[in-house]
Design a protein around this ligand. Structure first.
Ligand SMILES: Nc1ncnc2c1ncn2[C@@H]1O[C@H](COP(=O)(O)OP(=O)(O)OP(=O)(O)O)[C@@H](O)[C@H]1O
Length: 448
C-alpha cells in the first residue's frame, strides 16, 4: 500500500504543486483498497473535508494512473503516523493543547481601547464598523478591511475590537496578529513540519484579525496560505478583520484573487486627521499625561497651536505631547508657548517644510510610472495627460501657489489650462473610484 501511495503521491505533487502537496496530500495515508474503494486516512476532519472538496478527483486519477483499481474514495479521520518517536510525542503534546493557544495571538496594548479612541469626521465610519464587529452577532460584512496612512489609528482600532470581544465573550477565540507574524509562523510550521497544526489553529478561530496585510505582498507561499485560511474561515461564517496602509486594489504584488476577496466585505478608510480631531486627541491624551505628571499644567492656546501645526499623524502629535510633559517636569516649568517652541523646535520645523510643486510632480510621475519630463511636457496621450492633470490638481490643493505660477511650472502653460485640469479631476473623482483612490493615496504620501 505504501509503495502504491508513494507513487500516486509523486504524481499528485506534479499536479497540485509542492505547496498544496505539503499542505494537503502529504498528511494522507492509503490504508487499503477494497472492491474499488480506496480507504484514505486523514489527520483531521478539516483536512478530510478540504481534500474531498478539492482533490478527490485528482487523487482517484493518480491512483488509477499508478495501476490501482479504484473508482471511489473513502476518507476517514485517524491520528497521523509519525516516523520518529520524538516527533510522535511532540505531536501528542501539541494536540493535547487547546486549539487556539493564547500565545498564537499577539499581545494587545491595554491603552488601545474604544474608550481611548477619539472619534471625529475622518474616522467615524471606521470606528462605527469596528464597534459593530466587536458587538458580535451575525456576520454582516466579511472581511472588515480598515486602511489608512501611517499613525492614523488602524492598530488602535484592531486592538480595541479584539479586547472588546474578549471582554464580552471570554470564551471566543480571537486571534490577532500582524501579517508579518502570520508569515513567520507559517514559515516556522513549514520548517518544523507542523503545517497541519498551523492550518488547524487558524481555521478554528472565531475571529481572525490580521494587521498590516500589505506585508504579505510579493510573498508567494504566505499569500497562498493566507488565501486558503481566509476562504476556510469565510466559508464557516467566521469574522475576519484586516488592516493595511492602503486599499486592497492599491496593494502592489498582491494576487488579484486575494485583492478581490479583501474587497468583498466592508472596506473603510481612516482619513487624515482634521483640526478638530487633532485637538480632541490632544485633549484626551493630555488628561492621561496629567495623571502621570501630577501638578503640571498646560497654558491655554498650546494644544490649539499643536493641532494647527502638527498635521502629519497622530503618533507624531502624541510624541510631541509626551515630550512636552517630560521636558516640563524635568526643568520644572509650566507648559507654555515658549517651552513648546524650545522643546519641539525640530518637529515644528519638519511640519513647516513647504511642499513644492516639484515634489508633487515627482511623486505623481513615480506613481504613474512616467517620466518627469513627459509629465511637464507637451504629449497629449491619455496615459500622460491624466497624471498631468492629477499633478495640477494636487498642486492647486496642496500648495498656496497661484494658477499662473503653477502653469509656469508645468512647461509654461496658461492658467486656464491649469484651471481646466483641476476641474476635470474634480469631476472625474466623483464617478471614477479608482482615480479618487489614486488622488487620496498621492495626497497621503505627500503629507507624510
Ligand atoms: N482617534 C484616535 N484617538 C486616540 N488615539 C489615536 C487615534 N488615532 C491614533 N491614535 C494613537 O496614535 C498612535 C498611532 O496609532 P496606530 O498605531 O493605531 O496607527 P496605525 O494606523 O496602525 O499606524 P501604522 O500604519 O504605522 O501601523 C497610537 O498611540 C494610537 O493610540
Amino acid at each position: 500500500m505504501n509503495a502504491l501511495w508513494d507513487q500516486a503521491s509523486t504524481k499528485l505533487r506534479d499536479r497540485v504543486g509542492s505547496n498544496n502537496h505539503t499542505a494537503w496530500i502529504a498528511p494522507l495515508h492509503l490504508t487499503g483498497i477494497e472492491s474499488g474503494e480506496a480507504k484514505i486516512a486523514t489527520p483531521t476532519r478539516f483536512i478530510s473535508d478540504w481534500v474531498q472538496r478539492h482533490y478527490a478527483d485528482a487523487i482517484r486519477d493518480a491512483l488509477v494512473e499508478v495501476g490501482a483499481a479504484v473508482s471511489r474514495l473513502n476518507f476517514s479521520v485517524a491520528a497521523p503516523r509519525r516516523a520518529a518517536p520524538a516527533a510522535a510525542s511532540r505531536k501528542r503534546v501539541e494536540t493535547a493543547r487547546p486549539v487556539a493557544e493564547p500565545e498564537m495571538s499577539a499581545p494587545l496594548d491595554a491603552r488601545f481601547t474604544f474608550d481611548n479612541f477619539v472619534v471625529g469626521k475622518p474616522n467615524e465610519l471606521a470606528h462605527a464598523a469596528a464597534r459593530r464587529v466587536a458587538e458580535g452577532g451575525p456576520v454582516t460584512f466579511n472581511p472588515l478591511f480598515l486602511y489608512g496612512g501611517v499613525g492614523l489609528g488602524k492598530t488602535h482600532l484592531m486592538h480595541a475590537i479584539a479586547s472588546d470581544i474578549r471582554a464580552r465573550r471570554p470564551e471566543a477565540r480571537v486571534l490577532y496578529l500582524s501579517a508579518e507574524q502570520f508569515m513567520y509562523r507559517f514559515v516556522q510550521a513549514l520548517r518544523e513540519r507542523t503545517v497541519m497544526d498551523f492550518k488547524e489553529m487558524f481555521r478554528t478561530v472565531e475571529v481572525l484579525m490580521v494587521d498590516d496585510v500589505q506585508f504579505i505582498a510579493g510573498k508567494e507561499s504566505t499569500q497562498e496560505e493566507f488565501f486558503h485560511t481566509f476562504n476556510a474561515l469565510v466559508d464557516q461564517g467566521k469574522q475576519i478583520v484586516i488592516s493595511a496602509d492602503r486599499a486592497p486594489g492599491e496593494i502592489k504584488d498582491l494576487e488579484d484573487r486575494i485583492k478581490s476577496r479583501l474587497q468583498c466585505g466592508l472596506v473603510v478608510d481612516l482619513h487624515p486627521t482634521d483640526y478638530e480631531l487633532r485637538l480632541g486627541i490632544l485633549q484626551s491624551k493630555t488628561d492621561a499625561f496629567r495623571a502621570q505628571y501630577a501638578g503640571l499644567c498646560i497654558e491655554p492656546g498650546v494644544l490649539e497651536f499643536l493641532a494647527h501645526r502638527i498635521t502629519s499623524n497622530v503618533r507624531v502629535l502624541e510624541g510631541a505631547l509626551q515630550r512636552l510633559f517630560a521636558f516640563a517636569s524635568l526643568v520644572g516649568r509650566k507648559i507654555d508657548m515658549d517651552l513648546t517652541q524650545d522643546c519641539l523646535a525640530d518637529i515644528l520645523r519638519a511640519s513647516d517644510r513647504k511642499l513644492s510643486i516639484e515634489d508633487i510632480q515627482r511623486k505623481v510621475a513615480e506613481h504613474y510610472n512616467i517620466k518627469l519630463a513627459d509629465l511637464v511636457g507637451q504629449k497629449r496621450v491619455r496615459t500622460i495627460a491624466r497624471p498631468r492633470q492629477v499633478a495640477m490638481y494636487l498642486a492647486k490643493q496642496m500648495t498656496t501657489r497661484s494658477l499662473p505660477e503653477i502653469g509656469r511650472r508645468f512647461g509654461g502653460r496658461d492658467h486656464t489650462t491649469i484651471m481646466h485640469g483641476v476641474r476635470k479631476i474634480e469631476e472625474l473623482c466623483a464617478d471614477d473610484h479608482g482615480l479618487a483612490e489614486d488622488v487620496q493615496l498621492l495626497r497621503r504620501a505627500l503629507e507624510a
